[in-house]
Design a protein. Sequence first.
Length: 237
Amino acid sequence: MKKSNQFIGLPIISIQDGTEVGSVKSLVVNSQQRTVDFLTVEHEDWQISVRAIPFKKIAGVGEFAVMIEDRNSIFDLTEIPIANELVQKKIGIAGAKIIDRKGQLIGEATEFFIDEDNGSILGIAVSVQSKELVLAAEYVITYGRDLLVVKEESELKFLDRAELLLMKQEDAVSNEPDRIKEKQYQLLTGRTTTKDIFSRNGVLLFPNGTQLKKEDVEAAQEHGPAVLAELSMNVVG
């Protein structure tokens, strides 16, 4: 995780030839996807055209440099209409006023935090009554040029430090299997099989006409994704 301002000014190094091909001038935010999609490039020889690197073309972001595979990772903005469109929107985040959907002024965004692996925005640093707090990106409804609209003030849960954003991210990953299982329970419990369902070893698990209970779905989960897929395709109700 990096602050947006930690990108600015970083040298951009081509891995292929080991040379510096410019430096990071700015970050281009995609407000719909809630990601940083491009880095614009500053180079003394490119005074007229504006060039950028798609975030997906970045090989790595370290403390001292942004690494790309080769110079072909840098494009003229005229070649990427969506990049030019995003640049024109000028979504800067830092300095934007933060209001909730009821119109209450919450504070001002002073910085934002980025997953350097994929460009997703993880959270916002917010100045609230002279205190610096952090708000996870999940609470942001709209990223505008001058304003960020967030959920109602009563729903907001500020963090004391940015490192807690990583803990939330890790929790989300670790909880993903539980969410998938819960979804399977919702989709299958109470439905009725339309054919005999067997295990991979040929053992009959659910005869045709079985009305599935939660424990049946749990049993199917234990037998693996192939059995679950077979079950999901052969139920009604």
